[in-house]
Design a protein around this ligand. Sequence first.
Ligand code: ATP
Ligand code: MG
Length: 239
Amino acid sequence: MNEQDPNPSASPIVSLRGVSKTVRHNGAQVALLADIDLDLRPGEFLSIVGPSGSGKTTLLNVLGMLDHDWTGEYSLDQNRVDRLKPAARQKLGRASIGFVFQQYHLLDDLDVAENIELPLTYRDTKRAERKSRVDAMLARFEIEDKRDLYPGQLSGGQQQLVAVARALIARPRVILADEPTGALHTSQGDKIMDLLAELNADGVSIIQVTHNRENAKRGQRTVELLDGRFLSDATISMC
Ligand SMILES: Nc1ncnc2c1ncn2[C@@H]1O[C@H](COP(=O)(O)OP(=O)(O)OP(=O)(O)O)[C@@H](O)[C@H]1O
Ligand SMILES: [Mg+2]
């Protein structure tokens, strides 16, 4: 248990036990995730580091319920994800998780404002409320003048900002972020990290994957993944 753990007595919001994922490659079984145990307390901000190919995105895809081809136990907010059918998983994921992808996954035929609004359309958010939240996100990232443009008309960094705005607009209980500042200049990246820190201060639980040591330090705890396993002493120092 970590001394900085914000809420040590609460039961975890995310809990993995013995999660493994194996694929067949060139006739051999390859373990992409090997017996992963992980607990995220409500309100905790966890950073995951590890070399390229160590399984970080694979793990986030399991946590984000985008990948169903794995074994083990996964509880999200007291729900046993591993016992849910895919449709129920999707519903739970949409209701609880905001995912900032390593690739942006913006919809090319929706403009910036429509892309950002998308998660709110899965909920019963009223039209006026949707518009004011989209406006607030556009203002926050200083991209108001881009609202009518399509993803193909944006720079990579601007696409990343839109992807982050889309992940956060519905105020999910859990945010999964895969290199959220990857394509960005420092000042834009800092804006995203500041927003994540603010949401975390409001009680949102966050798991971020990052190569950036400064960004990793924004979390209360850092764990390192190597070849699909957490290093034995899962909590490492980034000093
Ligand atoms: N379907 C698959 N079949 C075989 N190997 C796969 C498959 N999917 C992923 N891998 C391998 O799993 C490993 C982990 O991939 P993953 O994308 O999780 O890495 P990562 O830690 O996110 O790396 P990066 O920092 O570069 O984003 C990689 O070596 C990748 O080639
Ligand atoms: Mg990755």
